[in-house]
Design a protein around this ligand. Structure first.
Ligand SMILES: *[C@@H]1O[C@H](CO)[C@@H](O)[C@H](O)[C@H]1NC(C)=O
Ligand SMILES: *[C@@H]1O[C@H](CO)[C@@H](O)[C@H](O)[C@H]1NC(C)=O
Ligand SMILES: *[C@@H]1O[C@H](CO)[C@@H](O)[C@H](O)[C@H]1NC(C)=O
Ligand SMILES: *[C@@H]1O[C@H](CO)[C@@H](O)[C@H](O)[C@H]1NC(C)=O
Length: 376
């Protein structure tokens, strides 16, 4: 029955769904800005017919009525909220001063898979592939002289090249070095923190570390067996997420936004507005693309269109080669976590969630802008 109905939905359904998803995001966005009068105007204009007419026109009918897409764009522009849906203006790749990608990957966001994708793309699209080696202690926040050293190292690679490292956003122009192409991926922050929790407890993780650094003691079995639910519900120190707290512990990878905020002191406290604003600013100003793990197809399409020199063919390689036998880093030791426990954690991750939603919305804006270009 359901299959039968699906069969009759017009081809452009996916676009329609994208359109609805974006309008929902926008409504939320505008709500938060408390622009109630503008919202009312949009409510009046954004009737379902607009969406239906978008569907008809893009499937071949031409008529005097403006296409829903164009009507939507006009509304967005009239509210002044969507400053631009112009791919050119959403394209930070054009600001790059060297053809080198700086991928300061966030741990536990499928970045092993993305590294494999980039490695294959480097052969297909002919660019250099460089990655930082495994560190005893991953230092993601660097002193200014180390930031300079890193930026100089990366700028020294022959172009085109990609460089991958777990490190905070490093502002090359601050050191008078040419702006690279910044790329990164984010993930639902609570899923990510759970993933990290079980990752450091997986046997292959600590065995590998023990082999690399024999003097590191093996973890306490009690600690290894502790599950995330118990950790949260028993008020365990390890699973306390307190706003404003600056815990700079080893493996304290709770703050995804920190990878975008930068190396400054202001970036260290957990879940603060200051750090959130800086992270958003860096994304808006510098990042060519911040992909979203939960939205892989959009991520790949946006990468292919905004950073084509490196990413052309990315979807094809991903779906034809990598996804077929990709078990990289899939942690079989990670059990399901109860939704109610996730909800408890979510309540303390408000800024992290806001940052994630911000990146998601930006990615969709970029996708929408190229769709609009294809179907004016
Ligand atoms: C969340 O934050 C509140 C204080 O704002 C704190 O009492 C609570 O323990 C925190 N919960 C977790 C799971 O960290
Ligand atoms: C990066 O540095 C440049 C040059 O100093 C500055 O204009 C820009 O605002 C900085 N970006 C961020 C996100 O701080
Ligand atoms: C993503 O694209 C692939 C290949 O084109 C397709 O098989 C898959 O169903 C798509 N996934 C989603 C969620 O749209
Ligand atoms: C973005 O800019 C890059 C570099 O100038 C260019 O190759 C790419 O086609 C642009 N993409 C879009 C969607 O404008």
């Amino acid at each position: 029955m359901i299959n039968h109905r699906r069969f009759h939905i017009p081809k452009r359904t996916s676009e329609l769904i994208a359109l609805m998803a974006i309008s929902t995001t926008l409504f939320l966005f505008i709500h938060t800005r408390d622009l109630s009068s503008k919202l009312k105007k949009m409510e009046v204009k954004m009737q379902p017919e607009d969406l239906v007419s978008a569907n008809q026109i893009s499937s071949g009918d031409s008529g005097p009525a403006p296409s829903g897409l164009r009507a939507m764009m006009k509304i967005l522009q009239s509210t002044g909220e969507m400053t631009s849906l112009n791919p050119y203006e959403l394209n930070n790749t054009r600001n790059a001063q060297q053809e080198v990608i700086f991928f300061n990957r966030v741990p536990k966001v499928g970045s092993q898979t993305f590294m494999e994708l980039l490695r294959r793309l480097s052969i297909r699209n002919e660019f250099g592939f460089h990655q930082d080696r495994v560190q005893r202690v991953e230092t993601i926040r660097l002193a200014p002289e180390d930031q300079l050293r890193l930026a100089a190292l990366v700028s020294g690679y022959e172009s085109p090249s990609v460089y991958i490292k777990h490190v905070c956003f490093t502002n090359f122009s601050e050191f008078g070095l040419p702006e690279p192409i910044y790329v990164n991926i984010v993930r639902d922050p609570v899923e990510r923190v759970i993933s990290w929790y079980y990752y450091i407890r997986a046997p292959w993780y600590y065995v590998e570390r023990k082999l690399a650094f024999p003097d590191i003691p093996l973890p306490d079995p009690k600690w290894l067996k502790k599950d995330f639910e118990t950790c949260v519900l028993s008020n365990d120190r390890e699973c306390k997420y307190l706003s404003g707290e600056t815990r700079e512990g080893i493996g304290d990878h709770r703050r995804q936004s920190m990878f975008f905020c930068g190396h400054a002191e202001e970036c260290t406290p957990f879940n603060t507005d200051g750090a959130l604003q800086r992270a958003k600013m860096a994304v808006e100003k510098h990042y060519a693309v911040v992909g979203v793990l939960e939205d892989l197809n959009t991520t790949l399409t946006v990468l292919e269109n905004y950073v084509p020199k490196f990413f052309q063919g990315a979807s094809e390689i991903y779906w034809d080669e990598i996804s077929k036998y990709n078990t990289i880093n899939r942690n079989t030791f990670k059990p399901q976590v109860e939704e109610k426990v996730k909800e408890i954690v979510r309540k303390n991750f408000t800024k992290e969630i806001e940052f994630y939603e911000f990146c998601k919305q930006r990615l969709h804006k970029q996708l929408y802008a190229i769709k609009l270009l294809e179907n004016p």
